[in-house]
Design a binder for this molecule. Sequence first.
Ligand code: SF4
Length: 379
Amino acid sequence: MDDSSLLSEFTLFLKEKKQEGIKVIAYLAHDNIPEELIDAAGFFPLRLIFGGNDELMDASHDFLPPSTCAFAQSCIGLFSVKPNDYKFLEMVDYIIVSNHCVSDICVSEIISKYFNIPRLNFYVSYTINENSLKYFKLELQDFRNQLEVIIDRKISDDDIHNSILKFNNFKKKLLEINELEMLGSEKLKLIHKSMLFGPDFLHDLENLIQKFKHTPQSVSNTSKDVFLTGCSIFINDNFIDLIEEGGGNIVFFDTWIGNHYYSQIIESNLIDIETDPLDVLVLKFKNNIYGDHSVPNFLEQKVSFIQKYSENYTKNKGRKLGVINHIIKFCDHISLMSSFLKDTLQEKGIQVLNLERDYSRANRGQLSTRIEAYLEMMK
Ligand code: SF4
């Protein structure tokens, strides 16, 4: 997938934001970062959702060993090399150092330290219980204070409420993407653009979804339907091309950049103007039971979700669904659980391909062969 035009459109968009005096806060692609607070303070939240290549991974080796996950390597490479399509990274004003995983912390610290981008801190507990919810609220309060120091004024509860509603409505619309009948690569383009531009894209998104509903794209009857879980397919990553060239079509993106993000919707009746808006954000964290950051029971929830989705899919569409668990090389979170995920789902009759890869071009042939063999077996 060549995403040059998306990136150049985004560069213009970000330039306009900067001209309006809006500052940009970047953070790595995972969940639990309170983008609503960033928005309420008048900043633009920029999720780093960009894939890599050999050059970007190599450029990171001055800072981290090659045994760091390939996505983390590429994030450093992007700030180090600043390829033409990514010049907009020069507009980043702050970077959030958070602890989704060890690589996340290391990368954001390195970007802050070596590329002179001031850091903001936001740490998230690895458990979900009464105490961790209290801790999450303290972190939210601290993050709010850090933003207030920068803007030199208080962020009102009303502004936070409005931002919560804005992102909530945006996610409700994004959720409709799951039901669209279209080629996975087209769906992914829509997801990428939405998650890059954020709620500013809502109006266009509504129009596009409407258009696709009225004129569904035909997908080849012979292609095999695939549920993608594990790591996301980021912008400028050709992984989805390999799946489609091999005869597969991804119908559901169960990743950070996909359903996992936009299914985190808060019931509208709970976004009450009388409620402390930080409590609403705590509730969102509490409900995030499918996230790979916080335990307990994440894996069991994940297996049960995939099983239910797969059974319903086959019942409603009369088609078998394969599962590809995408593991970016050295991603501890996803690789550690991959055997359990595969074994448990296969015991339930769901075929799983655990596919570990980095962004190097040399792997393409081998990946294609494995994907084709798996899809062939799905007959
Ligand atoms: S190790 Fe996994 S979760 Fe962590 S930054 Fe890399 S891809 Fe993301």
